[in-house]
Design a protein around this ligand. Structure first.
Ligand code: NAD
Length: 507
């Protein structure tokens, strides 16, 4: 059982981190790199314990623990260490305003301050530590809140991580609803939350009280559209792999399939064959198949299955509550407004298949729902996937595969509308935890030219400002007049200011 951090200790934890941040310790690039190295050491020295905790929590196959939980964080740490100087150095956008021509302008990349990072249970290492890497790299302090639902992983994080990361700058807080509510009452400089949209709204409401910026990594119903030009064999492998990875408990798992009606039968036959290839006759006996996180989630999935007529379950349907097992299950035919399968995110190994007569019908179904986190399109023709992308919105889109776009950390990852706001991964993680401070160092010379913007205003100053700011008028006569006026005005201003300077120097 995870022991939660006592509510009364929470304000002190945040204050301590703020003190560290104000001292500037985490801004130092060498410190950031050292902490990223410590994170690598934590992952290296605890990889077995992490795998064990994930197995206890989710029956996660070892290969999934390594490739989806540990490896992406190792990769991200190494990327940040290698790219930190580039990411942290100021940028110098090309100046546009003529009056600032001789001044220095740049954008300082500054850490936001103290961040709160709230993880979710389905990838309890990856979803917690990947944003932490971004927060460290950008120079922030952070409260790290694992999901208490994945209790073994939560316990490991709480006990082991503080032995590696500097506890003055990074604090692991174990929290249920009561403690997280207390945490959210504190003032943070950024809140990064991963989980469902209902809690996302609670987080955003709490953040609004302090006007704290948020990143919300949420979920929803991500569609897979299988067009009549798709390679059915390949589609069955790649689509079911993404659906059944982590037993369907993946935010970007394909939630439902929209298939061209003439391909429906072939796709179901290919799915049937693929399930056997992947997990044998009985997935419960396969080492490659996980379990549902807890009985609450199991019961939710069981209720979905109970609402489906048995003749529609074309593959699977078996469950075992004691063992938290739900078989890979395919349901067909399904209507787009099915009350059990097509309202909420399924978040488990149940896959409804809806036949559509053309791409337009598929697009209409997608657009009748919230904008999804991911959209998968299986198509042999670019005109098919371009049509679908042009007519829809989604956080990300992957053509002819599932999940792989998430592993490509050069692409920002995030949702749109109810599937989330903000994004991260690689450079975007760094930016998420960074404030871009616009900076201008004004030259103290050329005060004569600057006289043009000071009162008392005159027509000649107006001409000068118009020419400098907006460019010369186009008509040739007007141009000459403006140039003469500008030179005249500049001369007057220069002459009067140097006269003034001379008088000043005599004083
Ligand atoms: P969860 O139950 O672990 O909850 C997420 C976090 O919210 C936990 O840390 C939990 O302690 C906290 N929490 C729960 N109730 C709270 C409350 N009342 N006040 C404050 N904090 C509270 O995970 P979940 O929400 O069941 O996760 C599944 C959902 O998350 C799915 O919708 C899935 O699609 C989505 N998800 C999205 C991503 C992504 O990257 N976009 C990743 C994983 C999961």
């Amino acid at each position: 059982m995870v022991e939660f951090t006592p509510v009364e200790k929470i304000p002190g934890v945040v204050q301590e981190l703020r003190k560290t941040f104000d001292e500037g310790i985490t801004k130092d690039l060498a410190f950031r790199k050292q902490q990223l190295e410590k994170m690598l050491l934590f992952l290296d020295e605890n990889s077995k314990q992490i795998e064990q905790a994930l197995f206890k929590d989710l029956h996660k196959p070892s290969i999934e623990s390594v490739t989806a939980e540990i490896a992406p964080i190792v990769d991200e740490c190494k990327y940040m260490i290698k790219n930190l100087e580039r990411l942290a150095k100021p940028s110098h956008p090309k100046k546009r305003f003529a009056l600032n021509a001789s001044d220095k302008t740049y954008i300082r990349k500054e850490p936001k301050g103290v961040a709160l990072i709230i993880g979710a249970w389905n990838y309890p290492v990856h979803l917690l530590l990947l944003p932490v890497v971004g927060a460290i790299a950008a120079g922030n302090c952070a409260v790290i809140k694992p999901s208490e639902v994945a209790e073994h992983t939560n316990e490991l994080m709480e006990k082991a991580l503080p032995k590696y990361l500097d506890p003055c700058a990074y604090a692991v807080v174990s929290a249920g609803v009561v403690e997280t509510t207390a945490l959210l009452e504190q003032r943070f400089d950024h809140i990064f939350y991963t989980g469902n949209g209902a809690v996302g709204r609670i987080v955003m409401t709490a953040a609004a009280k302090h006007l704290t910026p948020v990143t919300l990594e949420l979920g929803g119903k991500s569609p897979a559209i299988v067009t009549d030009t798709a390679d059915i064999e390949l589609t069955a492998h790649r689509l079911l792999w993404g659906k059944l990875y982590n037993t369907g408990q993946t935010c970007v798992a394909p939630d439902y399939v929209l298939v061209a009606q003439e391909k429906q039968e072939a796709l179901i036959a290919a799915f049937r064959k693929t399930v056997q290839e992947f997990f044998g006759k009985n997935a419960q006996e396969s080492d490659s198949y996980g379990r549902i996180i807890n009985q609450r989630q199991f019961d939710r999935l069981q209720r979905i299955l109970d609402g489906i007529a048995s003749d529609k379950i074309v593959v699977g349907g078996q469950t075992d509550r004691e063992n938290l097992f739900v078989a890979p299950t395919i349901v067909s035919p399904v209507q787009a407004d099915d009350p059990h399968l097509m309202q909420d995110e399924i978040f488990g190994p149940i896959l409804p298949i809806i036949a559509v007569k053309d791409l337009k019908e598929a697009v209409d179904i997608v657009n009748s729902k919230d904008k999804p986190l991911a959209m998968y399109i299986f198509a042999g023709k670019s005109s098919d996937y371009n049509y679908i992308m042009d007519k829809t919105n989604s956080g990300g889109t992957l053509v002819n595969d599932t999940l792989m776009h998430l592993q490509e950390m050069s692409l920002p990852f995030g949702g749109i509308g109810p599937s989330g706001m903000g994004s991260y991964h690689g450079d975007r993680s760094f930016d998420t935890f960074t404030h871009e401070r616009s900076t201008m160092i004004k030259s103290t010379s050329l005060e004569a030219v600057n006289q043009a913007r000071y009162p008392p205003y005159s027509d000649s100053k107006k001409q000068l400002m118009s020419v400098l700011v907006f460019g010369l008028p186009s008509a040739a006569g007007a141009k000459i007049k403006a140039i003469t006026t500008v030179f005249g005005a500049a001369w007057d201003i220069f002459f009067s200011s140097s006269k003034q300077n001379n008088q000043d120097s005599k004083l």
